[in-house]
Design a binder for this molecule. Structure first.
Ligand code: ASP
Length: 582
């Protein structure tokens, strides 16, 4: 028997018992007469004691054990002389009588401790060693427990888990597909699903009215901190539902998760905020509601004072940073200006107005606006002495986005993000379509299966950009944790939608024929949602990156540096697939 107990299990009550433990050598301390070794497994750490006086051979052997050796020990549980309050086993140690080396280890390339000395690249290359570290084990354990909780909750609500294929057909859902060449059908390719979107809709046609799956999705996109080429969704779909039914059902799941894992109870319904309001107030479709600093429109106050930039602008607006003027230096304002002028954000400049503590006002546009004008600005922001207003102008859409970024950057600098606080909301009434200037065509903002609001269907022909969708996102603390929509279930409306998106009848039939055909056979009204499981776990784990909660993530350029993937394949494999590299 390799072990009678785990390394996290023994307590003072076990003193006097002979036990066997197996695990990894965490630390080896030779104090002359005594040698102490910390043995570790995923359950914890236990101290082993070797006594030179009573057993010199064994103690000599123990001294030779290197870090990460796998050992098995048998000995007596004894009360520790100096107790370690920081670990649950800290009151006892094992007086070792037998020691067996189960396997040796090379010296690991970094320390396997809570705070390691390894850089990101090396940690990823030796991810199996990194995963031995306690914070990572905790993260994966949390992920597992969350998945069990999701399954139990949905099971109780009558949802069933149905697996859908990973080798499907390339169907544009908004991102680029990963494709897999077919050996049996040269020149043909499978695609890996961007999500099981069409599959779950087909399950609704098949009558499985409450479906869920915790499922891998694949998108060949440029990576960002919270993106991986393969990621996991809690994917759900329901039949005979309206938007409110979906929101209520999955709000229930979200509340349950907050209660179980964060001990946070939400007794009120989550806010439902129209997309237009989110953009106007926060310059973002995923507003962080943990702090205020809402955007204020002062277009009327800024015009007619011979300040050309304002006079030419469609929109003038800003945000008010409370109670910082005495400590926010001119240099900091300049830096903030540089921040919003970065090409990714694209502001032309940043206008500021300080509300001094003596009630006077000082701004970067004093030449054009007198004290009385500026007072009107301050009043419209409800500004108080010691506040600073930051103002931008230009096209409305762009200015709101700039202010949204500025708001977040200011919050970062002023430390307004409180990670112990959760501010969930639903963003609803998204536009159905998004115009792309480059390709001069509309794209589905969510995906092409999302239904328009019934009141807006008429506009599909006359003013498609104005059509609102039955689509919703779940947002917490500025992070999009999920999204979904009520789907089109009528084949005619679906083909009209494809037309609006620039597909010819043939193209639509070619790519989505299976779905439109299915809709001819009694498709029920249906809708669904997918929660981003990695992001959700990362948030509950208080991690900045989803990589922390994925066992084997890819790096920022989409590579698995441990597997060295993607990698080349042999000429034989290429031949079998009928492929020639360019
Ligand atoms: N398939 C969608 C997505 O991955 C979610 C949904 O509409 O249910 O974003």
């Amino acid at each position: 028997m390799y072990r009678t107990h785990t390394c996290g299990e023994l307590r003072i009550e076990n003193v006097g018992k002979t036990v066997t433990l197996s695990g990894w050598v965490q630390k080896n301390r030779d104090l002359g007469g005594m040698t102490f070794i910390d043995i570790r497994d995923r359950y914890g750490i236990t101290q082993l004691a070797f006594n030179m006086e009573t057993n010199s051979k064994l103690t000599e052997d123990a001294r030779k054990l290197g870090r990460e050796y796998v050992i098995q020990v048998t000995g007596l549980v004894t009360e520790r002389y100096s107790k370690n309050k920081r670990i649950p086993t800290g009151e006892i140690e094992i007086n070792v009588e037998e020691l067996k080396v189960l396997n040796k280890s090379d010296v690991p390339p970094f320390t396997i401790e809570d705070k390691t000395d390894g850089g990101e690249e090396i940690l990823m290359k030796y991810r199996y060693l990194d995963l031995r570290r306690n914070p990572n084990q905790q993260a994966l354990m949390l992920r597992y427990k969350m998945s069990i909780e999701v399954r139990n909750y949905l099971d109780k609500q009558g949802f069933i888990d149905v697996e859908t294929p990973v080798l499907i057909k390339s169907t544009p859902e908004g991102a680029r597909d990963f494709v897999v060449p077919s050996r049996l059908h040269h020149g043909s390719f499978y695609a890996l699903p961007q999500s099981p979107q069409t599959m779950k809709q087909l399950l609704m046609v098949a009558g499985y009215d409450r479906y869920y799956q915790i499922v891998k999705c694949f998108r060949d996109e440029d990576l960002r901190a919270d993106r991986q080429p393969e990621f996991t969704q809690i994917d759900c779909e329901m039949s005979f539902v309206e938007q409110e039914d979906i929101l209520n059902t999955f709000e229930g799941l979200a509340k349950h998760m907050f209660k179980v894992f964060k001990n946070v109870e939400f007794n009120e319904p989550f806010i439902r905020m129209p997309y237009a309001e989110a953009m106007e107030k926060y310059g973002s479709d995923k507003p962080d509601l943990r702090f205020g600093m809402e955007i204020n429109n002062i277009t009327n106050l800024g015009k007619g004072k011979d300040f050309k930039i304002f006079d030419d602008a469609e929109f003038i607006g800003g945000i008010c940073a409370k109670n910082i003027s005495d400590k926010f230096t001119r240099k900091q304002i300049d830096k903030l200006t540089d921040y919003v002028k970065r090409p990714q954000i694209g502001a032309q400049g940043l206008i500021w107005l300080r509300f001094n503590e003596d009630g006077t006002l000082k701004s970067s546009v004093d030449k054009f606006f007198n004290e009385e004008d500026l007072k009107k600005w301050a009043d419209s922001f409800n500004a108080q002495p010691n506040d600073i207003l930051f103002v931008v102008s230009g096209s409305k859409e762009k200015s709101l986005k700039i202010l949204g970024e500025l708001r977040l950057e200011l919050a970062r600098q002023l430390e307004l993000f409180d990670n112990s606080k959760f501010a969930p909301l639903w963003v609803v009434d998204f536009p159905l379509l998004e115009w792309d200037e480059e390709t001069k065509r509309f794209y589905a903002m969510h995906h092409p299966f999302t239904s328009p609001k019934p009141d807006d269907i008429e506009l599909l022909d006359s003013d498609p950009g104005k059509v609102r969708a039955n689509a919703y996102d779940f947002v917490v603390n500025g992070v999009e944790l999920g999204g979904g929509s009520i789907r089109i279930h009528d084949s005619e409306l679906q083909s009209k939608m494809f037309k609006t998106l620039g597909f010819s009848d043939e193209e639509a039939q070619e790519q989505f024929g299976f779905l439109m055909n299915a809709f001819k056979y009694g498709a029920p009204p249906h809708g669904g949602i997918a929660y981003g499981f990695d992001r959700w776990t990362a948030m509950f784990n208080d991690s900045d990156s989803i990589k922390d909660v994925i066992a084997f993530p890819k790096n920022n350029s989409g590579k698995d540096v441990m597997l060295e993937s993607p990698g080349t394949i042999s000429n034989t494999q290429l031949d079998e697939l009928g492929l020639k590299l360019k």
